[in-house]
Design a protein around this ligand. Structure first.
Ligand SMILES: [Fe+2]
Length: 406
């Protein structure tokens, strides 16, 4: 039997048949779910879900359920207390173009900071943690104003600057990820610092290997893998590196199923910051152009991350990351039901209904004068919707140019 129940009456053992809200308004990928622990109920609470529909043929009925736990417990990270979680900062949705100029300045500062950090490491100097922390605070503030502006700018890369720009990209993605999880200022910035420093160990790898314009052979790959050990040593010898940030740097290549390196840690042996960094590091690396290959479309990489949620990554976190970035991230080329091709120009509160800048009419097979359609607003979209994403290469366009940021 299907029954509508209040969130406070939910118990482990019940089976959620569907939610009493849209897919984008709850934290799970699927609309049905067996509740295995109070953690699931905590998450629903945090998302403001008030009711769900349970199927009593597939799970417990309200009358069969064990008594409620006296206090719902929210455990997100080994290093993050529930108190920290409660002081979450809202991400505002100010229009992207209002934030883009400031975000550009912050990106320059962040790239410069990454260069200085790497140079200091190479010269055996102390890392200026305070300066790094100041830049991270500015990045975090920008993301809290408009997540899209800084993340979009981070997509525009120079192949020669990969190590520096990757560090800043991972930092920005981690900040956005933290905010989407509702983490507080201090935790967010510590995790961001871990992101900015996560690859400092690469400065101990010979440059000809690091910048090799081709895929690495096994021997070279083994050498590159050693950067995590170097990273751990460098940060251990830097007095003012917080433990949370150091853990991220030393664990970002560990995998949830134990298949990672350097220690083959399994599951919760990896800090949650380390688990988050693993997802973000892969996303940034695979979507970036390298001197020996082109980056993969963001949507394709998100699909991979979803699949790897079964093995390499913490499944909950990989799904939450996808929700943070969006099903159709800004810069993605999409096809609309009306036949228009466009570039996702801005996210909205609705994951599947972003703002799209249309550029081409496939029915008449001709370019159109560009205009933005907000798919989340019927008066703007006229009921149009995304039916699929398109390869950037197929349309031979530069989405960032279309969005006016290059
Ligand atoms: Fe790395």
């Amino acid at each position: 039997m299907i029954k509508k129940v209040k969130i406070e009456d939910l118990r482990p053992g019940m089976f959620i048949e569907r939610f009493d809200c849209k897919w984008t308004q709850h934290p799970f990928i699927f609309n049905h779910k067996k509740i295995t622990s109070f953690k699931t109920i905590d998450r629903l609470n945090n998302w403001g879900v008030t009711h769900v529909f349970i199927n009593t043929d597939q799970g417990l009925n309200a009358s069969e359920s064990p008594p409620p736990k006296p206090e719902l417990h929210l455990k997100l990270t080994q290093q993050t207390s529930p108190e920290q979680m409660r002081v979450a900062k809202e991400i505002h949705h100010i229009p992207l173009h209002h934030e883009i100029a400031r975000a550009k300045r912050i990106r320059e500062k962040a790239n410069q900071a990454a260069h200085e950090i790497m140079r200091d490491v190479q010269c055996g100097k102390k890392i200026k943690t305070e300066e790094a922390y100041n830049v991270i605070t500015e990045m975090d503030n920008s993301i809290c104003h408009s997540k899209d502006a800084l993340l979009l700018l981070m997509r525009v890369r120079s192949k020669d600057e990969y190590t520096f720009e990757h560090s800043v990209g991972v930092c920005a993605l981690l900040l956005a990820f933290c905010r989407s999880l509702g983490l507080d200022d201090e935790t967010t910035r510590l995790i961001g610092l871990g992101g900015l420093l996560h690859d400092v160990g690469k400065m101990a790898i010979p440059m000809d290997i690091l910048n090799k314009p081709a895929a690495l052979n096994n021997d070279e790959f083994e050498k590159v893998k050693h950067h995590v050990i170097y990273c751990r040593e460098i940060l251990a010898n830097t007095h003012n590196i917080p433990h949370t940030a150091a853990l991220i740097a030393s664990q970002h290549h560990e995998r949830f199923d134990g298949s990672g390196y350097p220690y083959g840690l399994v599951g919760d042996e990896i800090s949650n910051g380390g688990q988050m960094a693993a997802i973000v590091d892969v996303f940034d690396a695979l979507t970036s152009d390298r001197c020996y290959r082109q980056g993969i479309d963001q949507v394709e990489v998100l699909k991979k991350i979803y699949e790897w949620g079964e093995t390499h990554f913490n499944q909950e976190l990989s799904q939450r990351f996808i929700k943070c970035i969006g099903i159709y991230p800004v810069g993605t080329v999409v096809q609309l039901e009306s036949g228009f091709i466009g570039v996702v120009a801005e996210s909205t509160d609705h994951l599947l209904q972003p703002v799209v800048r249309i550029i081409h009419d496939t029915i008449r097979d001709r370019p159109v004068s560009q205009r933005d359609i907000d798919l989340s607003r019927p008066e703007s979209s006229g009921g149009d919707r995304i039916v699929g994403y398109e390869s950037v290469r197929r349309w031979r366009i530069n989405p960032y140019k279309i969005l006016g940021i290059t």
